[in-house]
Design a protein around this ligand. Structure first.
Ligand code: URA
Length: 236
């Protein structure tokens, strides 16, 4: 690929800005020799200010999302892009969140520029488990597990009932919920449908992938091992 296109697509700047970086001699090959705008280059061979480039397409990262950030690219408040290098917002193709977490929901968020992977994770057909831990405003009644597992729970303004979901009781006001679909505000609306209110919500797992020891607010690139974990534990 042409040098300017490669670097502009990674979000380092517009083609004009990248051309200026080239003229300033900031862009070199691995041996430190300056490159010119029309050079055809391999991603791994290019350096900017002596540093290797950000990972190429396809890129998938995991983020430990804190409360208070939306998954939108445009929002008046803080967005998950504020937790990443600024140029990640400008990559082409775009690095998008894989399904959304609400502003106040914390936990595991995947972001990718790989449309096929995004579809594979979010499609209800893939039945990939998404696991949440909820802290509730009121004690559990005792019948929630049966209702969630029934496959008959119909949320207001939805045309079809929810797929069966699993509930594990962690305490009088704490529960783990496993879903295989991702409807709008699903966990919060499920608990509202059984007369409760979610005060805190944390996603701890997607498929077989967890956050491990990734601190809140931090991100890292997904490894091959992570990918294997992600698809290793779908519901039967
Ligand atoms: N369900 C919710 O209610 N909120 C989320 O962020 C994710 C699932």
């Amino acid at each position: 690929m042409k040098l300017v296109k490669l670097i502009a697509n990674l979000g380092y700047g517009s083609r004009k800005e990248v051309a200026a970086m080239v003229r300033q001699g900031r862009i070199t090959n691995a041996r430190g020799e300056t490159l010119s705008v029309d050079d055809r280059v391999e991603h791994a061979q290019v350096r900017i200010d002596g540093e290797p480039l950000d990972p190429p397409f396809p890129l998938t990262i995991m983020l430990h999302k804190p409360a208070g950030y939306t998954c939108s690219t445009i929002d008046v408040g803080a967005t998950v892009y504020d937790l990443l290098p600024g140029r990640f917002r400008l990559r082409s193709p775009l690095l998008a969140s894989v399904g959304r977490l609400d502003r106040e929901t914390t936990g595991l968020l995947l972001m990718t520029d790989d449309g096929a992977l995004l579809h594979k994770i979010t499609s209800p057909k893939s039945k990939l488990e998404k696991v949440y831990e909820a802290t509730l405003a009121r004690d559990l009644r005792g019948d929630e597990g049966e209702i969630f597992a029934s496959g008959k729970l119909q949320l207001r303004s939805e045309e079809t009932p929810l797929a069966p979901a699993k509930l594990e009781v962690l305490g009088p006001r704490r529960a783990r919920v496993t879903l295989t679909e991702g409807r709008y505000h699903q966990v919060r609306r499920m608990f509202a449908a059984v007369g409760n209110h979610v005060e805190r919500l944390h996603r701890c797992r997607i498929g077989g992938l967890t956050l491990g020891d990734l601190p809140e607010g931090k991100w890292r690139v997904l490894t091959e091992h992570d990918r294997a974990q992600l698809f290793g534990r779908a519901l039967p």
